[in-house]
Design a protein around this ligand. Structure first.
Ligand code: GCO
Length: 477
C-alpha cells in the first residue's frame, strides 16, 4: 500500500499536541500549565516542563516533516500561551509570534497547518474562577479564544479542529477522575467528588455549546474570506460484540452512541442521541431554545482518532459485576475473554492491533452522519520505554511499520466503499509526553533522547517517506 492508492488531494501528515511536545512551560509569558495537574510528576519522574522542547526546536521538527514528504501537520495551540490569564484582556504577543513562526515555516515547506484549538489544556484561571467546563461561562471564553486564533492565523490556517477528543477528556476528567481536574462521578470510579452523577453530562453540554459558539463565529465572520473548514475530533474505538447475541450487539451500538453520538448528534442534528436519553432520562441536560438555534449542521468535517477495537459485553440484561460497566452505558469492554484476544496486544493496556476496526469505524461515521467529510486525525503505535530500553531497539520499530501499513490498507477499503475521508495523520511526529504514562510509552516516528533532546528517525519514518514518495511509475519498476 502507498500514497498512489489514495485520492490525489489527500492530506498525509503527522499529529502532535502542545502540552505533549512544546515544553518551555513558563516561557514567553505563558502561565503555569493548563489545569496544573498535567505538570504532575509521573511514574518515571517526568513532567511537561521540557517535554520534547519543540518550542525551541520547531525548525528542526519541520525539517523532519519535510524530509518525510508530508503535506500537512496537525498540532494544537496552547490556550495559555495566547491568553495566559484565560479571560478577556491581554492577548500575549509572544504566544502569537510563536505560532505565527511555526505556521509560516510550515507553509514555506508546502506543509498545511491543521490546527486544534483545545487538546485538553486550558488556562488554570478558568478552572479556579468558575470550574471550567462545568460552567456555561466557558462557552463565551472559548469562543473568544477561538476568535483570537481565527483573526491571527486564519489567513493561513485552512483547517480548524475545535476540540480534540472531548469524549475522552470528559470521561477521564469528570467520570473516572484520572485526568485533570480529577473529578469523578458514580457509577464509575471510587469517588466522593461530584457525587451528583451529572457532572460529566454538564461538562459535555458546555463543550458541545462551546464548539457551536466557535463554529458560529468562524462561519459568520471568517469562513467566507478565509475559505477554511472547521470540525471536531473524536476518540473513536471500534467495538465488537463479545458474543453473537442480540444483547451484546446492542451493547456495542449503545457504547458507540455514548462515546461519539453524545457529541456529534447534537452538533449535527440538534439533540442528544435517543440511546442516551433512554438510559439517562433527566440526568442528561436539555438544550434550551436559544441553545438549539446554535446546533444542527455545525461542522464541516469529523476528525477520527482511531487506534484500537475492543469486545463489548452487555451489562443491562446480563448484569456485570457492580462498577464494571463503562459509566452509564451498561456495557463492559475488554480486549480478551477466556483466552480469546481481539488482536495482538501492544505495550499500552487496552490497545490491541485490529486493523479492520479502521474500516468499520469510518463506515459507521459515514452512515450515521451522511458521509460528512472525515479526516483520520490520529492513528499510531506505542512502544514501551524503560531506563533499560536501548535506542537501537527503539529505532527499529518494525511493529509500528506493520501496524501503520495494515491500518492504512483497511482505511483504503473504506474509501473504496465510498467513505468521504480526505486525510490521515500518524500519531506522532516525535516521541513525547504520553499523559498518564509520562515518557514510558513512545508513539513517535522519530526517537527523542530526552536527555539530549536529539531526534533520530525510526524505521517507521523511513517507511512513511517511502510510502509517501511512491508514485504509480515507481511502483511499476
Ligand atoms: C489524544 C491522544 C493523544 C495521545 C495518543 C496516544 O487525545 O489525541 O490522547 O494525545 O498521545 O492518543 O494515546
Amino acid at each position: 500500500i502507498n500514497r498512489s492508492h489514495f485520492p490525489e488531494d489527500f492530506l498525509f501528515g503527522t499529529s502532535t499536541s502542545s502540552v505533549q511536545i512544546e515544553g518551555a512551560y513558563l516561557e514567553g509569558n505563558k502561565k503555569v500549565l493548563p489545569t496544573g495537574i498535567f505538570s504532575l510528576t509521573f511514574q518515571d519522574g517526568g513532567n511537561t516542563d521540557v517535554a520534547a522542547d519543540h518550542y525551541h526546536r520547531y525548525m528542526e521538527d519541520i525539517e523532519l516533516m519535510h524530509s518525510m514528504g508530508v503535506n500537512s501537520y496537525r498540532f494544537s495551540i496552547a490556550w495559555s500561551r495566547i491568553l495566559p490569564g484565560g479571560r478577556f484582556g491581554e492577548v500575549n504577543q509572544a504566544g502569537i509570534d510563536f505560532y505565527n513562526n511555526l505556521i509560516n515555516e510550515l507553509l514555506k515547506r508546502g506543509i498545511q497547518p491543521f490546527v486544534t484549538l483545545n487538546h485538553f489544556d486550558i488556562p488554570q484561571e478558568l478552572e479556579d474562577r468558575y470550574g471550567a467546563w462545568l460552567s456555561p461561562q466557558i462557552q463565551e471564553d472559548f469562543g473568544y479564544f477561538a476568535e483570537v486564533c481565527f483573526k491571527a492565523f486564519g489567513d493561513r490556517v485552512k483547517y480548524w479542529c475545535t476540540f480534540n477528543e472531548p469524549n475522552l477528556m470528559i470521561k477521564y476528567g469528570y467520570l473516572t477522575g484520572i485526568f485533570p481536574p480529577g473529578r469523578c462521578s458514580p457509577p464509575s470510579g471510587n469517588c466522593s467528588a461530584g457525587d451528583s452523577a451529572i457532572e460529566p453530562y454538564i461538562a459535555a453540554h458546555n463543550v458541545i455549546l462551546s464548539h457551536a459558539t466557535a463554529t458560529d463565529i468562524y462561519r459568520k465572520n471568517y469562513q467566507a474570506n478565509q475559505g477554511g473548514s472547521i470540525g471536531i475530533v473524536m476518540s473513536a474505538y471500534w467495538y465488537e460484540p463479545l458474543r453473537n447475541i442480540p444483547a451484546d450487539i446492542s451493547a456495542a451500538e449503545r457504547l458507540l452512541a455514548f462515546e461519539n453520538a453524545w457529541y456529534l448528534d447534537p452538533i449535527m442534528f440538534g439533540d442528544y442521541p435517543p440511546e442516551m436519553r433512554q438510559i439517562l432520562g433527566s440526568r442528561l441536560p436539555i438544550f434550551s431554545e436559544e441553545d438549539r438555534r446554535k446546533l444542527g449542521n455545525k461542522l464541516d468535517f469529523i476528525g477520527i482518532n482511531h487506534y484500537t477495537t475492543l469486545y463489548v459485553q452487555d451489562c443491562m440484561f446480563f448484569p456485570c459485576k457492580p462498577g464494571d460497566s463503562e459509566g452509564d452505558t451498561f456495557a463492559l469492554t475488554t480486549g480478551e475473554r477466556d483466552g480469546r484476544l481481539i488482536g495482538t496486544p501492544t505495550p499500552m493496556p487496552m490497545l490491541y492491533v485490529v486493523p479492520h476496526g479502521m474500516q468499520h469505524i469510518v463506515q459507521y461515521f459515514q452512515k450515521r452522519y451522511n458521509n460528512t467529510v472525515m479526516y483520520i486525525t490520529e492513528n499510531g503505535y506505542p512502544q514501551e520505554s524503560s531506563n533499560l530500553s536501548e535506542k537501537k531497539d527503539l529505532v527499529n520499530d518494525k511493529e509500528r511499520v506493520e501496524y501503520l501499513k495494515n491500518y492504512l490498507a483497511s482505511l483504503n477499503i473504506a474509501i473504496r466503499n465510498g467513505a468521504n475521508v480526505k486525510g490521515y495523520f500518524v500519531w506522532s511526529l516525535i516521541d513525547n509526553f504520553e499523559w498518564l504514562f509520562g515518557y514510558t510509552l513512545r508513539f513517535g516516528l522519530h526517537y527523542v533522547d530526552f536527555n539530549t533532546l536529539e531526534r533520530t528517525p525510526k524505521l517507521s519514518a523511513l517507511w512513511y517517506k517511502e510510502f509517501l514518495n511512491a508514485t504509480p511509475s515507481t511502483l511499476r519498476l
